[in-house]
Design a protein around this ligand. Structure first.
Ligand code: CO
Length: 462
């Protein structure tokens, strides 16, 4: 029997987020939703990550309504979202009642698959979201956040994957959010996982360095079951590898693939003018669609490297770039080798820069680094250097328990705070996730409703 490879299309979420800062409005992609539903994808990644924030902050859209509308237009294909475990869609920890309510409402409003990760791979930060996803009858996909360090290896990843599988997830996703996984690493990792893990393996990468299509192909050769790709005109660079290219190459190699080429072409033709619009208005920078291979030399993610260059340029200290790049791995080691993904990549980058520019290591420490060393982000993957811990925390003791266990329940409190401004429990969750943006959105919405009422009564009088 032919081996099947399934495709998750990311154009509505990760491609949109990675290339144009999630600015694509619902109305822009609405006309193509039925074709996306017909294309034969395993799933459509369409929600979570930055879509929620962007809807409220920039697009004046209710993110929950967006989800319901996508579900209505795409009844056949499972809808997928990305969830940052105990952090939901942001970087702070929420109490368990909020996490459970968020998951429940996501499923009620149309989500079928929730991909759940923690940036530090602290399994305590994903277990509640996984548990609630399963209780709601949706598919929970547990993530391994991929990184490269002396303490991350095949053995540690397989151990982590087994722990995640034991939570009851229906698939394990290798999430290479920094786009640094090479074809060989992918092959070796998937081979190792396939020996020990029974549930399907999903591979998520970014094409930042140009390795993406090779990495996906080697992962498939090693037995990966699902790959993430983006329709070609929203693929490449900091986005995912191209859907049609992978469909073509893998089908030719004999894999069974349900994505229909003619429908994929229609979808791509639809998005061409959308891309042209974002190229013209400058939101899509052609540079991010190309290959950035410096990350291969410096072993830091592409996005982090450009941040460092920007920071040093602003400080008129670009000549210190080499010194900072030497300092980055040292800071990372001091902090127990956190994966270099948001927000850790920024935190480590800033600390390395400050260490170099002030000429004294940890003389100045950000409050984020302090919170991390204290244990407020979760457990560091490795051991935090005891001397650095003392420098950062002084006599304060680090937290060893799960941070969310220290938090008071939050949903009912937020509901009371909002009062009539919230029209639904979904509104309360929007407010908890992004208070300022949600309040501004509610205000605009109420004003619009008032206007409608006035028009209505005028007509009545006439
Ligand atoms: Co991603």
């Amino acid at each position: 029997m032919k081996k099947t490879v399934k495709f998750t299309e990311t154009v509505l979420r990760d491609a949109n987020q990675s290339l144009i800062a999630t600015r694509m409005a619902f109305d822009e992609f609405e006309p193509i939703l039925s074709e996306l539903d017909n294309a034969g994808y395993y799933s459509l990644e369409c929600w979570g990550g930055a879509t929620f924030d962007s809807c409220l902050r920039y697009l004046n859209e209710d993110p929950w309504e967006r989800l319901r509308k996508i579900k209505k237009a795409c009844p056949k294909t499972p809808l997928q979202m990305l969830l940052r475990g105990q952090n939901l869609l942001g970087y702070k920890h929420y109490p368990d009642d909020v996490v459970r309510m968020f998951v429940r409402k996501s499923v009620e409003n149309g989500i079928d698959i929730i991909r759940i990760f923690d940036a530090l791979n602290d399994i305590r930060n994903i277990e509640v979201a996984v548990d609630e996803t399963l209780k709601c009858g949706a598919i929970a996909s547990g993530c391994i956040c991929y990184t490269i360090s002396p303490i991350h290896n095949l053995e540690s990843y397989v151990k982590l994957a087994k722990e995640i599988e034991a939570l009851g997830v229906q698939s394990i996703c290798v999430k290479d959010m920094a786009g640094i996984m090479s074809p060989k690493e992918a092959y070796d990792l998937v081979t190792a996982l396939k020996k020990e893990i029974k549930v399907p393996i999903v591979i998520h990468t970014h094409n930042t360095t140009g390795l993406g299509p090779m990495t996906l192909m080697k992962a498939v050769e090693a037995g990966a079951d699902v790959i993430d790709t983006a329709i070609s005109c929203f693929s490449g660079g900091t986005s995912q590898p191209p859907t049609e290219t992978l469909v073509y190459a893998l089908r030719e190699m004999g894999y069974e693939i349900s994505v229909k080429e003619d429908v994929a072409k229609k979808i791509n033709d639809f998005f061409k003018p959308v891309r042209a619009k974002y190229l013209a208005n400058g939101l899509l920078n052609p540079v991010v669609m190309g290959n950035a291979t410096d990350a291969l030399i410096y072993q830091v993610p592409g996005g982090m490297l450009s941040n460092l260059v920007a920071q040093l340029t602003a400080q008129k200290a670009l000549d210190k770039l080499d010194a900072v790049l030497l300092e980055v791995p040292k800071v990372r080691k001091d902090l127990g080798y956190p994966p270099l993904v948001t927000p850790m990549s920024q935190m480590v980058g800033v600390q390395a820069t400050v260490n170099v520019l002030t000429g004294g290591r940890y003389k100045n420490v950000s409050k984020e680094i302090k919170a991390y060393v204290k244990g407020e982000y979760g457990r560091a993957p490795g051991k935090i250097d005891p001397e650095v811990q003392k420098l950062v925390l002084g006599d304060e003791k680090p937290i060893t328990q799960r941070y969310a266990d220290l938090l008071e329940p939050g949903f009912e409190k937020a509901k009371r705070e909002l009062g009539e401004r919230a029209h639904s429990d979904e509104d309360v969750l929007s407010y908890i996730a992004f208070p300022a943006q949600a309040e501004a959105f509610f205000e605009k919405r109420d004003r619009k409703e008032d206007d409608n009422e006035i028009h209505f009564s005028i007509r009545e009088v006439k």
